[in-house]
Write a protein that binds this ligand. Structure first.
Ligand code: 13P
Length: 247
């Protein structure tokens, strides 16, 4: 059986003081439930490592350079993230695809950089509202995931997939459990085209306005293995409630 996994994506939020209080609250309040982690802004990785080492909470980053080293001002390499013992690195979040013009090919290169450094990429896929209304959801997410699978081959077993419909992110609108399950099942079937046994072990998270009051219902779906949480990950009580809903 796949374990449930709940990961917080802090996005562009935090400060040393606020993080200490949030992480302290999460660690103190944990009481079973899903496996969990937080993806923090890169400058706070040392703090996350210091406060979370020895706790059940994993940590990671929100993006990575596709390059290993060199003249790439502002970039952070996968090896640097591994230096801080990151377990996860989000790649291909829709905010990066939209605001930083990241193509699926670039996202795939980033995923490989993360795998090469011994961490798990959380590969985000998802359609916009216009794409959903045009009936293109399945083809859009298939192409996004396919670009990663083309480079990863059998190593796809090390990735986590996150289905995040763009229209549900930060809007309070959630995909219904049935809508999300339908896409998750398609994604798993696509993984199974490479290796059916490994596909059964890959965690496919849902993201997009997941909250304490809808988390249990979403995670009860057979192919929804947890959540990638934005806003609700910034409040210890809400994040804990989602983790505890993933038992
Ligand atoms: P919200 O939970 O704020 O909708 O954000 C979801 C998300 O983008 C996680 O990566």
């Amino acid at each position: 059986m796949r374990r449930k996994l709940v990961v917080g994506n802090w996005k562009l939020n935090g400060s040393l003081a606020a993080n200490a209080s949030l992480l302290g609250g999460i660690v103190a309040g944990l009481d079973g439930g899903a496996d969990c982690g937080v993806c923090v802004p890169a400058p706070y990785l040392a703090q996350a490592q210091a406060l979370l080492t020895g706790s059940p909470v994993s940590w990671g980053a929100q993006d990575v350079s596709a390059h290993a080293a060199g003249a790439f001002t502002g970039e952070v390499s996968a090896a640097m993230l591994a230096d801080f013992a990151c377990r996860y690195v989000i790649v291909g979040h829709s905010e990066r695809r939209a605001y930083h013009a990241e193509s699926s090919e670039l996202v795939a290169k980033k995923a490989i950089a993360v795998l090469d450094a011994g961490m798990s990429p959380i590969v985000c896929v998802g359609e916009t509202l216009a794409e959903r209304e045009a009936g293109q959801t399945v083809v859009v997410v298939r192409n996004q995931l396919g670009a990663v699978l083309a480079l990863a081959g059998e190593r796809f077993a090390q990735i986590v997939v996150a289905y995040e419909p763009v229209w549900a992110i930060g809007t309070g609108k959630t995909a219904t459990p049935a809508m999300a399950q339908e896409v998750h099942a398609r994604l798993r079937a696509q993984l199974a085209e490479t290796n059916a046994i490994s596909a059964g072990a890959v965690q496919i998270l849902y993201g997009g306005s997941m909250k304490p009051d809808n988390a249990a219902e979403l995670m009860a779906q057979p192919d929804i293995d947890g959540g990638l949480i934005g806003g609700a990950a910034l409040k210890a009580a809400d994040f804990l409630a989602i983790i505890h809903a993933g038992k």
